[in-house]
Design a protein around this ligand. Structure first.
Ligand code: XMP
Length: 535
């Protein structure tokens, strides 16, 4: 790498970083997570990243992700040629390996019969630093070592490029692992980032620590110090305003700001009337008592509910809430003197999902608290101190900074709040019913030690009148659905097998204590095809 060129860029964390090139695999986020779990900082970038951006990032190694394309498609994404001149190790996964093979002179064809999707086994043919001593079984007949892996591919490499050796093959005797030791280029046909590849994390670790020689320095104390230094450098003596949403991301952002710039910032918490009461009160307590944060609490329930009159479409509801939020926030900011920065608790999955990874060039503000209306007009700059962190990293910081466990590990609550848990038009009456029901459900989950075993649980208000009997009279009242899911990443989720006894207890309490409800149902749909929220 050209040393003079490197000097032009400031290196933010340290030199031990891995760059992941995104070819569109559904497992790319997982790949990043795995690398960071190894204590090594990594970022995702688009495959058409520029040379200067790569120099700026200064990776010790590059991983090429899998992807849905076939390398022989006309507009298939490819590896920029300068990558091969960088002199850093490159590790191609699935599509990443196939495209590397093709670009370096190998041959790849479409496997009509021998496609592989799911668990599979590969046989190791020769030694290689990438997989030495990493195996699952020894083949009883051949005495060869085998690996249990997760495959998902339609193309196969028929000829490896010059200088490469075949290290492992699949059950059809096709290339499953290849390596060019001299140039430190490696490829695997399977997905080491997926847990079904039992030894996958060891293979990734081998690449990152032995081949790239990365040190494990992405640790919570270093992360906090880096973020704090970064905030100080950017903000200087300027004043900052932070939108507190009640979620862990903005709360951790507040604590980091506190550490970085003391009282040079102010938080604004807008009560839109669509919150769960106990959540709002808990956050207020924590902010005031434990951390002495300066928070302006703005109660605008009526303004939000008025704007939602007659709105039934879920996306329209989100838009209306976003618009009113912007108006209220703007009004508050105009009343503050000398604010130069708007801080947001944007995290890395928001960045990835909105296509704002550092090479994409987009810069969209987190949509569910979209404050873009005044941003720019008022010359306020955006500050996103935790934009490079994943949720579990944010939670770890929360724990490190002393946030109570129940706050750090509470269930996610959507930005538009109860509006997406009330089907159709939102009314105060429905919000109040939902708050009472949700409280009972959550209280019982906690009482039976189920709260932390479930990833997310909540109640949904169905605007349907259903018959019930009260005293000796038939009465028509509302229906409530309960939802509880287990998930790791919230992209897929399974409904939770809550016991009949538990459901019975919750249902009895709801119909007895919330007189507006006559019927309770339990949602047994998984995602996909259903989503976690009902709207
Ligand atoms: P879905 O319903 O998409 O939910 O399966 C996945 C996760 O995202 C949360 N969610 C939202 N969060 N604004 C948010 O801030 C929203 O509009 C929104 N919709 C869903 C949901 O609670 C779950 O954790």
């Amino acid at each position: 790498m050209n040393v003079n060129r490197r000097k032009r860029y400031s290196i933010k964390y340290n030199d031990h970083r891995i760059l992941v090139i995104d070819f569109g695999s559904q497992y790319t986020q997982l790949l990043l997570r795995r690398i960071r779990e190894l204590g090594v900082y990594s970022e995702l970038c688009s495959w058409n990243i520029s040379e200067s951006q790569v120099f700026a990032f200064n990776p010790k190694g590059i991983i090429l992700s899998g992807g849905p394309h076939s390398v022989n498609e006309r507009h298939a994404p490819y590896i920029p040629e300068f990558f091969f001149q960088l002199g850093v190790p490159i590790f191609g996964i699935c599509y990443g390996m196939q495209i590397m093979s093709l670009q370096l002179g190998g041959q790849v064809t479409h496997a009509i019969v021998q496609r592989e999707f799911g668990c599979s086994q590969i046989t190791i043919l020769s030694e290689n630093v990438l997989i030495n001593d990493i195996y699952d079984c020894v083949d009883g007949v051949t005495g060869r070592l085998t690996l249990d892996v997760w495959m998902s591919h339609g193309d196969v490499i028929t000829t490896v490029p010059k200088g490469f050796s075949i290290i492992g093959v699949n059950k059809y005797n096709q290339v499953a692992i290849m390596a060019n030791e001299d140039r430190r280029l490696y490829g695997v046909q399977f997905h080491p980032e997926v847990t079904h590849t039992k030894k996958g994390k060891f293979i990734l670790e081998r690449f990152i620590t032995c081949i790239c020689r990365c040190q494990s320095s992405w640790k919570i104390t270093n992360i906090i110090n880096n973020v704090v230094m970064d905030i100080r450098m950017k903000v200087g003596k300027d004043k900052v305003v932070l939108g507190l949403s009640g979620g862990i991301d903005s709360l951790v952002t507040a604590l980091l700001l506190r550490r970085a710039i003391g009282r040079q910032f102010i938080c604004i918490f807008i009560d839109n009337g669509l919150l769960l009461n106990y959540e709002f009160n808990r956050i207020r307590d924590v902010c005031a008592k434990n951390y002495n944060l300066d928070v302006i609490y703005v109660s605008k329930e009526q303004q939000f509910l008025n704007a939602l009159i007659g709105v039934v479409d879920p996306e329209e509801k989100r838009k209306v809430i976003g618009r009113v939020f912007t108006e209220v926030f703007e009004e508050q900011i105009r009343g503050l003197v000398g604010v130069k920065w708007l801080a947001q608790g944007t995290i890395y999955s928001d960045v990835i999902e909105s296509g704002r990874t550092f090479s994409s060039g987009k810069n969209v503000i987190k949509s569910h608290h979209n404050v873009g209306g005044f941003f720019g007009i008022m010359g306020i700059r955006l500050l996103e101190p935790i934009r490079n962190l994943f949720k579990d990293e944010v939670r770890n910081i929360g724990v490190d900074l002393g946030l109570p466990y129940d706050i750090v590990y509470r269930y996610p609550f959507p930005g538009p709040g109860l509006a997406v848990r009330i089907l159709g038009e939102v009314k105060k009456e429905y919000c109040d019913i939902l708050r009472k029901v949700d409280f009972i459900f959550i209280e019982e989950l906690k009482r039976d030690n189920l709260y932390y075993k479930v990833s997310q649980a909540f109640a949904v208000f169905l605007p349907i009148y259903s018959v019930g009997i009260q005293g000796d009279r038939r009465k028509y009242k509302w229906v409530i659905a309960l939802r509880a899911v287990e998930t790791v990443d919230f992209m897929t989720a399974h409904w939770v097998y809550l016991s009949y006894d538990f459901l019975n207890k919750v249902s009895n309490r709801i119909v007895n204590e919330v007189e507006e409800v006559s019927r309770v149902v339990y949602d047994i749909s998984s995602k996909p095809p259903a989503t976690i929220e009902w709207e």
